[in-house]
Design a protein around this ligand. Sequence first.
Ligand SMILES: NS(=O)(=O)c1cccc(F)c1
Ligand SMILES: [Zn+2]
Length: 262
Amino acid sequence: VCSSRYVLSALHPMWQGPLAAPGGNRQSPIDIRVRKSVFDPHLEPLTLEYDPRTCSQVWNNGYSFLVEYNDTTDKSTLKGGPLEDTFRLCQFHFHWGESNAWGSEHTVDRRLFAAELHLVHWNSNKYKLFEEAVLEENGLAVIGVFLKIGKRHEGLQKLVDVLPAVRHKDSVVEFTSFDASCLLPANIDDYWTYAGSLTTPPLSEAVTWIIMKQPIEVSHDQLAVFRSLLFTSAEEEVQKSMVNNFRVQQPLKGRTMETIPE
Ligand SMILES: NS(=O)(=O)c1cccc(F)c1
Ligand SMILES: [Zn+2]
């Protein structure tokens, strides 16, 4: 199971500040300026092969809820696009707001979405563990998918139904045979890609970001269940709703956003 136990709680003192990683020149998230993105003819289509049998559990880590995959073999993989190697799916999670008006980490020409899905993969050609890959430039590949409010997402509902079981920080529930590819938009070959970082501590500058141009739709009620989760553990007196778990935007510092020719 991908022990991305890197995510500090949103309440951790280190996390309260503006938290620009010292000397960071490829920090995430950023605003995607559509007209400034450059066509890269070498970008290939993405190849996603997710095996639902590698899905193992849902965990509330005090900042988001992670759907964790067994990443001990190359069963659920991502290849192609800007990537030279094979990347292994280890977890996916979301970021959202207290209202539908905001919640995403990346923006598109300053447009905010209600939430953002991150599918986290690590380079299994070069490294043996997520923990190793997270220390290396381009050791990780994260697919970002925007969520907008619209019709109910049938595939997401299976996950929404177990969220009450992980209401408190540090709670875990078994969750199996979930095909994460059901959360991707119809056309996965329409994306932006850039070199960035983790958006929570340790903010490692190890991520090739692949952001889907097409959002997926989820219902208002489904997103409301995300907001019923808590940052706080069962023992704490004051319960805090898990909302607004997104990082402030970071300077572009000369990076270019690449996109696949239409
Ligand atoms: N929000 S994120 O950049 O996808 C991320 C943060 C921390 C750990 C991780 F595996 C992924
Ligand atoms: Zn994330």
